[in-house]
Design a protein around this ligand. Structure first.
Ligand SMILES: *Cc1c(COP(=O)(O)O)cnc(C)c1O
Length: 389
């Protein structure tokens, strides 16, 4: 998991497939990031902001009652305790600080469920930058409360009415808008995807999860390293950040996709939003709609580094159904007193299935990244669980 070089390639994945007009913008971000990342002053500023504002380091919780229920020893990396309730703030803090360094006065972002939009509006407000968020009209209706949250934070939310009026279209629109505003504006992408340098930069901003967890595991585990490290995958940023701390170890790395958005299990090679990777497609090669109960896993592709890690066999990817994820939310809530996000529950659900099927041997140690808290999912869960009674 190193530097993907000037072409931004992870094996044959990644790259920079953007219109000519965006090449200089991507190059400018790449150069600014390379410089900032090598600058101890920038690193200190980011670390300070993460600790004084965003609640880092997040703890690793030894999940005793959950472990008893599953028959494997579970450690939870608690990104649900970070400011705004998920890991998204790690990346946004890095990118907005970088934007400021580049002399930009505003940021734009795409958002699906609204979590990345809220995180971006939050950090932009904190640092005094303008913020515009592109959101599909359909998602705006489904996630009304997050639209209002962003507006409360001073951001402008722009409805996207093209295509399926969801995240995929919001991302395309944000890229289009960036072309015309690039002098004053930084595009803050919310996952480990997009044209080079984004997949690499976002992973580096998220590696704080894996680096912290590695050190925390060394204190908690006799063998220092867990047998397996598991994280859910939408675009792949919390998984990439978690894996980054463990690629050089013997730990098995496992990413869990939503069954309705399983770009690696069910997808084919393609190009979208500036990068080559695996995407859900129909028989004509048109990008297909992803669908999952967890809006954060509702992207038809996967970050290029994950496609590469799968190709070389360093990480495995498995899919988890909506029903398995809902059951895992309930189990985690009732054994640990932690209401995790539906996205994160996909990681737990795989652990549960793997422990039951002998994929994970009894007593093995598993680190699970809890990417976020579940408060946002309560009304969806209420509908489902009431319907079951
Ligand atoms: C956005 C989100 C995800 C999915 O994004 P990745 O880039 O794959 O990490 C997962 N969990 C939560 C809580 C999220 O908000």
């Amino acid at each position: 998991m190193g530097d993907p070089g000037p072409a931004g390639r992870f094996g044959s994945m990644g790259g920079r497939f953007v219109p000519e007009a965006l090449i200089p913008a991507c190059e400018q971000v790449e150069e600014a990031f390379r410089r900032a990342w090598a600058d101890a002053g920038f690193r200190t500023e980011l670390t300070h902001m993460l600790s004084s504002y965003a609640g880092r380091p997040t703890p690793v919780t030894v999940a005793d009652r959950l472990s008893d229920a599953l028959g494997v020893s579970v450690l939870l990396k608690r990104e649900d305790l970070a400011h705004t309730g998920s890991h998204k703030i790690n990346n946004v803090a890095g990118q907005v600080l970088l934007a400021q360094r580049m002399g930009k006065t505003a940021v734009i972002a795409e958002t699906g469920a609204g979590q990345h939009g809220v995180a971006t509006a939050t950090v932009a407000a904190h640092l005094g930058l303008g913020c515009t968020v592109f959101m599909g009209e359909k998602d705006m209706a489904r996630q009304e409360l997050n639209v209002f949250r962003m507006e409360l934070l001073g951001a402008t939310v722009i409805p996207v009415t093209s295509g399926s009026r969801t995240l995929k279209d919001a991302t395309s629109e944000a890229l289009r808008h960036w072309v015309t505003t690039v002098d004053s504006t930084h595009y803050c992408i919310g996952s480990a995807l997009g044209p080079h340098p984004y997949p690499w930069m976002v992973r580096e901003f998220q590696r704080v999860i894996g680096d912290e967890a590695r050190a925390q595991c060394a204190e908690l585990l006799p063998g220092a390293v867990p047998d397996a490290v598991v994280a859910c995958v939408g675009g792949g940023s919390n998984a990439a950040g978690t894996f980054a701390g463990f690629t050089a170890t013997t730990a098995r790395l496992i990413g869990t996709e939503a069954a309705g958005g399983a770009a690696l299990s069910n997808g084919r090679r393609g190009v979208l939003h500036g990068f080559m990777s695996s995407f859900l497609q129909d028989e004509h090669g048109q990008i297909a709609e992803a669908s999952s109960i967890s809006a954060g896993l509702d992207y038809p592709g996967i970050g290029p580094e994950h496609a590469y890690l799968a190709e070389i066999g360093r990480a495995e990817y498995h899919s988890v159904t909506d029903a398995e994820a809902v059951a895992a939310v309930e189990l985690c809530a009732q054994t640990e007193g932690i209401l995790c996000a539906l996205e994160s529950a996909h990681a737990l659900a795989w652990v549960r299935r793997a422990a039951r099927d002998g994929e994970l041997t009894a007593g093995s140690t598993v680190l699970v990244t809890l990417s976020g808290r579940g408060d946002k999912d309560v009304s969806v869960l209420r509908e489902l669980i009431r319907g079951r009674r």
